[in-house]
Design a protein around this ligand. Structure first.
Ligand code: GLA
Length: 360
């Protein structure tokens, strides 16, 4: 039965390792964090069936900004409005009948810090709007279908050609686990990430990042070109031996993907054994590769990673798309992260908070 009012929460994510591998058909090992986005939604009008031209009134509490739109109307100027309009529009395109509604968006996840506030926003919106959807209701989408719908919001409404990493991490996170994702098969496996005396922290580089306007889309074009030259579908399928034929830049991009996949495998094996020590050097190697081979780091990100290492981190690396955002640091027992870093914990994935059906 459709809900009249509902809350939904979707967490941000930290990617332990496996960066820029998702759209290359590779592997990643992200986890959901405790911080996230909350959407409170209320249907207006109370009718069972939505009328043509359902209207949404949305408010972003942290910015104190509002939007009001007919579902399907685009927002060409970026920012949070494009995500809200896109999520409602994509659900409607998939056959969901949404009523007119008010939406309040809040939460404790900083924007643009590389913790996937965009994916958390899309996922929380989608979960809340699905609860409000009127009869007849198609079957509830599974995590992969929902992540794909949300990534269409980024690709087609926002202009960021991101993969499925952030949405799947937000949807499928589990407390005390990371999720090993194989982006070629979309198989997922929860892997224990019990920190005990270890600590994971993120440090904001202070440099804001915006995927749609950064070099992220350029990297996608380069990877597609490399695949074309190698005659393969995904870079993760490449043979190291064949890379010598590629132009130097494309060879470096491909090497990063293959080596990063190998690091993810090693990291997952270590976690399955409950051994966090090997992760330190894997994080450092991942950062070097993102800086030198994939070229998505910046001096501010390098400096933030160096700061964490100087403070005693066993390893540190930039996370997310790069060109700004945050770095992740792993601190062993007895070492102390700097006070400006934020501790993160592998936490539960997105969920509906409470919903109220029609009062009769
Ligand atoms: C961003 C994108 C993800 C992924 C990462 C890099 O976070 O949204 O799809 O490509 O960058 O690993």
């Amino acid at each position: 039965m459709p809900a009249e009012s509902v809350g939904a929460f979707a967490p941000g994510r930290v990617n332990l390792i496996g960066e820029h591998t998702d759209y290359n058909g590779g592997l990643a090992l992200p986890f959901a964090i405790a911080e996230g986005i909350t959407v409170s939604a209320e249907a207006l009008g109370g009718g069972d069936t939505a009328h043509d031209g359902s209207r949404i009134e949305a408010r972003a509490l942290d910015l104190d900004e509002r939007d009001a739109f007919d579902i399907g109307e685009p927002w060409p100027n970026g920012g949070w409005r494009a995500f809200v309009r896109g999520t409602a529009g994509e659900l409607q395109n998939q056959g969901w009948t949404l009523p007119s509604a008010t939406l309040e968006i809040g939460g404790d996840l900083p924007r643009g810090a590389g913790l996937s506030s965009s994916a958390a926003l899309e996922v929380a919106l989608a979960l809340a709007l699905l609860e409000l959807a009127r009869e007849p209701r198609p079957p509830h989408p599974d995590a992969i279908a929902l992540a794909t719908l949300c990534s269409r919001v980024e690709n087609d409404w926002v202009g960021a050609r991101t993969g499925l990493l952030d949405q799947l991490a937000s949807l499928c996170g589990e407390a005390e686990h990371a999720v090993l994702i194989d982006f070629r098969t979309l198989e997922m496996e929860p892997v224990p990430l019990r920190l005990e005396a270890w600590r994971l922290v993120v440090l904001d580089s202070g440099e804001r990042h915006d995927v749609a306007s950064s070099g992220y889309n350029d990297r996608r074009v380069e990877c597609a070109r490399a695949c074309e030259l190698l005659g393969i579908e995904y870079l993760s399928e490449a043979n190291t031996g064949a890379l010598g034929d590629l132009p130097e830049t494309l060879r470096k991009r491909a090497l990063h993907v293959l080596e990063e996949d190998a690091r993810v495998r090693t990291a997952a094996s270590a976690l399955r054994r409950g051994d966090l020590a090997p992760l330190g050097e894997l994080l450092n190697a991942s950062h070097r590769s993102l800086r030198d081979q994939y070229e998505v780091s910046t001096p501010a990100l390098d400096a933030a990673a160096a700061r964490l290492r100087e403070c005693g981190a066993a390893g540190a690396r930039m996370i997310g798309g790069g060109f700004g955002g945050s770095v992740l640091g792993l601190f062993g027992p007895g070492s102390r992260p700097p006070p400006e870093a934020r501790e993160v914990q592998p936490s539960a994935g997105a969920h509906v908070l409470e919903s109220e059906t029609r009062r009769t």
